[in-house]
Design a protein around this ligand. Structure first.
Ligand code: PHE
Length: 344
């Protein structure tokens, strides 16, 4: 008996298993119903009291040693299996992925919206697919008037008595604002516009505008001039000067084109401003009384001004980009240059 116990103890000490299956087999071999340790216990039951006394402790120790060894093997093998299953170090930092950045046109749009919000303007948006009425008719473009040629239009349903078209300016949103908002109105309308133009460094068939409208009693051209001057100084710096040149739009009278002093050469003349010291940024004017009346506003009581600018143009001036097409090509080399300007 003694020899068998010692022999088994030695076996247990040396026991090695490389996976869970082998451990289970060893457990059954030793401690299972027909296992060797179990068999010893069976024999032990029939021993005389003297023998029981002699072997009681060692046989119990044997059983404990067998059980302890099995547990020990289980814990080492399961650890090995885990580390075998995943060779990666899960505590390593993850692979970094590049953050995107705001598109330069969005950055400029946000800046303009923020400036006019500070002046108390609301922001309004409207449909890109519009009807003739909101893009032309209500804005004092009579049917067949040559002024419609100023903005070559993409028609969605040409030939239809009331054709749908892609809006050529966001003035259509101003019409919708006049129809629905309570007076006085102070609103800016940012959005995408479409014109049937050949694509070049200076023109594109899709671009973005922010147009603005202010209607109240006693609004004068002086108010327009002051609003634009304040805007230009916020946008291009406190030293900025503006210049107004007479112009023509069917929906404003009088109308004007606005130039800002070149923020590169400060008026001395450089290749950005083509030696003139001035950069054209927007069109504007006093809202034509016909336009007010078309939207049901009493032009004998109310007056207003409107303005509109192209965002790509402003962005070109801000970052001296010389080709408009860069804004539409989604070339990451170009877009990633605006990384530092991310605002969340
Ligand atoms: N709607 C004009 C355009 O797209 C811009 C403009 C707006 C001019 C308001 C004057 C007043 O060219």
């Amino acid at each position: 008996m003694k020899a068998r116990i010692e022999n088994l103890l030695a076996q247990i000490k040396e026991l090695k298993c490389s996976n869970a299956k082998e451990i289970e087999e060893a457990r059954v071999r030793l401690l299972g119903k027909k296992g060797e340790v179990t068999a010893l216990f069976e024999e032990f039951r029939s021993f005389s009291p003297e023998l029981k006394k002699e072997f009681g402790r060692t046989i119990n120790e044997l059983k404990q040693a067998a059980a302890a060894k099995i547990e020990e093997l289980k814990s080492t093998v399961s650890q090995e299996q885990v580390s075998e299953g995943s060779k990666e170090d899960l505590s390593m930092p993850g692979t970094p992925f590049e953050l995107g950045s705001r598109h330069p046109v969005s950055i400029v749009r946000q800046e303009i919206v923020d400036i006019f919000r500070k002046f108390g303007y609301d922001v309004a948006e409207g449909p890109e697919i519009e009807d003739d009425y909101h893009v032309f008719e209500a804005l004092n473009f009579p049917q067949n008037h040559p002024a419609r040629d100023m903005q070559d239009t993409f028609f969605v349903s040409a030939g239809h008595p009331n054709p749908l078209l892609l809006r050529t300016h966001t003035s259509s949103v101003q019409v919708r604002a006049m129809e629905t908002m309570k007076l006085p109105i102070r609103v800016i309308c940012p959005g995408r516009v479409f014109r049937n133009e050949a694509i070049s460094a200076r023109a594109h068939c899709i671009f973005h505008q922010v147009e603005g409208l202010y209607i109240d009693e006693n609004v004068t051209f002086a108010d327009l001039k002051q609003a634009i001057l304040l805007f230009a100084r916020e946008m291009f710096g406190p030293e900025t000067q503006i210049r107004m040149r007479p112009s023509y739009f069917p929906f404003t009278e009088p109308s004007s084109e606005i130039d800002v002093s070149c923020n590169i050469c400060h008026g001395k003349g450089c290749n950005i401003c083509k030696g003139t010291g001035w950069l054209e940024i927007m069109g504007c004017g006093m809202v034509d009384p016909n336009v007010l009346e078309a939207s049901g506003i009493d032009s004998s009581k109310y007056s207003g001004f409107a303005f509109g600018m192209g965002l790509e143009r402003i962005a070109m001036l801000k970052w001296q980009v010389n080709d408009l097409r860069h804004y539409f090509e989604n070339d990451l080399r170009f877009l990633s240059e605006f990384k530092t300007s991310i605002e969340v």
